[in-house]
Design a protein around this ligand. Structure first.
Ligand code: SF4
Ligand code: SF4
Length: 115
């Protein structure tokens, strides 16, 4: 079974549209939502992302909802499918941001195949 891993030079999950994320409704409190709104630029990208290098500028102190290993345990799909759920989520993000045939998708698939 493949294991999930995050890859460098991606950041596909750092673009938000909370209106499209009804799955998060019971995972975020008002403080989280306020924080997300304050972090989000008009075009949907997180202001903390160094977009040139696709790196989080506050990685060590990033919010709990950015910590995949921690946040994922609140999802029943994760409890059921484990890392496959995380892999599918990343693929969905990467596909919607960079495209299904993007370099980022190839890099991600390669990285999880090596785990
Ligand atoms: S979409 Fe997945 S691989 Fe890309 S930055 Fe987010 S967690 Fe990492
Ligand atoms: S805080 Fe960092 S990890 Fe979280 S969305 Fe922003 S750039 Fe991405």
């Amino acid at each position: 079974m493949k294991s999930w891993t995050c890859i460098e030079n991606c950041g596909a999950c750092c673009k938000f549209n909370l209106n499209e994320r009804i799955d998060l409704a019971d995972k975020l409190n008002k403080e989280d939502i306020d924080l997300i709104n304050s972090m989000t630029a008009k075009d949907g990208w997180c202001k903390n992302l160094d977009r040139e290098n696709k790196k989080c500028r506050i990685y060590e102190t990033r919010p709990h909802f950015c910590r995949v290993n921690e946040f994922s345990i609140g999802f029943k799909e994760y409890l059921k499918s484990g890392d496959q759920f995380l892999i599918d989520c990343c693929k969905e993000h990467i596909s919607s941001i960079y495209g299904h045939k993007s370099v980022e998708m190839k890099n991600f698939k390669f990285a999880v195949s090596k785990k």
